[in-house]
Design a protein around this ligand. Structure first.
Ligand code: SF4
Ligand SMILES: [Zn+2]
Length: 288
């Protein structure tokens, strides 16, 4: 039996799905399930509301933290009959994220999250395409979107915020469309929902997240703003409003010359990172 809060939370998520036409019940929606509260909540809500839901977990090889997450998402899926696909950075790149990150940090000024984020995105897109996902649902929430928007401004790439939205359509055949049903949900609300639903998830922070500049920026903003959730909401809604008024000049999809995955330039960030390690670039037929 759901509490009033949980009912309202689910309604808000379903409203985002409807308002932005994120998915229909005939679509195979693959949820990128880290084992955390956000993506587990997305999978639970989609399944309970009749969406054709499967889960895709990437094992990052971050010690015990990854082992627990893998165990949690496996039991969540088996209890509910959700088909779970598992891939790992070792399968595709021969090493754990920890190893890749420490090797890369010796050669370039990269944080754990920037290495991990790039590698994860690469695997998610390839694996989701292989398993025939109509779309990939992620657990990105309001804080994630506010953080990305702030980082794009700080890094001098404000135009990237014009592409941010609860749903991103396919641009060519190789990019699997993305949906973010929790786009307008705050972290405290998601945590409360997940705890009420008794989902088997870890609430600890990833041990590698320390020192992430993006995370620190949002924490600073929260301190300065007194943590008002409406400020973050206004921040992300501003870009959605601008998108409605200004036509977005979408760049034509570019494909990486080495691995064939989507890329903004001729060589994707994953292949650039791997080349710094003098690892062979990813074999396009790997994992098919
Ligand atoms: S916090 Fe950073 S290192 Fe940890 S899983 Fe997320 S992106 Fe990867
Ligand atoms: Zn590449």
């Amino acid at each position: 039996m759901c509490s009033k809060f949980a009912e309202k939370f689910e309604k808000n998520v379903l409203r985002t799905i409807k308002d932005y036409s994120l998915a229909s019940k005939s679509d195979k929606v693959v949820v990128a399930c880290s084992g955390g509260k956000d993506s587990t909540s997305v999978a639970g809500i989609l399944l309970e509301n009749g969406y054709d839901t499967e889960a895709l977990h990437i094992d990052l090889g971050i010690g015990d933290w990854s082992k627990k997450n893998r165990g949690n998402i496996s039991s969540f899926c088996s209890e509910r009959g959700i088909k779970l696909h598992i891939a790992s950075t070792r399968d595709y790149f021969g090493s754990s994220v920890c190893y890749l990150k420490s090797s890369l940090q010796a050669k370039a000024n990269l944080t754990s999250c920037s290495v991990c984020g790039v590698m994860k995105k690469w695997i998610l897109n390839r694996k989701a395409r292989e398993i025939g996902a109509a779309m990939l649902a992620t657990g990105h929430n309001l804080e994630d979107e506010a953080r990305t928007a702030a980082m794009n401004l700080i890094n001098g790439n404000p135009e990237l915020n014009l592409f941010s939205s609860p749903g991103r359509k396919a641009n060519g055949k190789i990019f699997v469309p993305r949906i973010k049903p929790l786009y307008f949900c705050s972290t405290p609300d998601i945590e409360r929902y997940s705890r009420e639903m008794e989902f088997p998830v870890l609430y600890d922070r990833c041990p590698c997240s320390k020192g992430s500049f993006g995370r620190n920026v949002v924490e600073e903003l929260e301190t300065v703003s007194g943590g008002f959730p409406e400020l973050k909401m206004n921040f992300v809604r501003t870009f959605l409003e601008i998108q409605k008024k200004a036509p977005v000049c979408g760049k034509t999809a570019v494909v990486c010359n080495f691995c064939g995955e989507p890329s903004r330039r001729g060589v994707c960030r994953t292949c650039s990172m791997l080349s710094m390690l003098r690892k062979p670039v990813v074999n396009p037929s790997r994992g098919t």
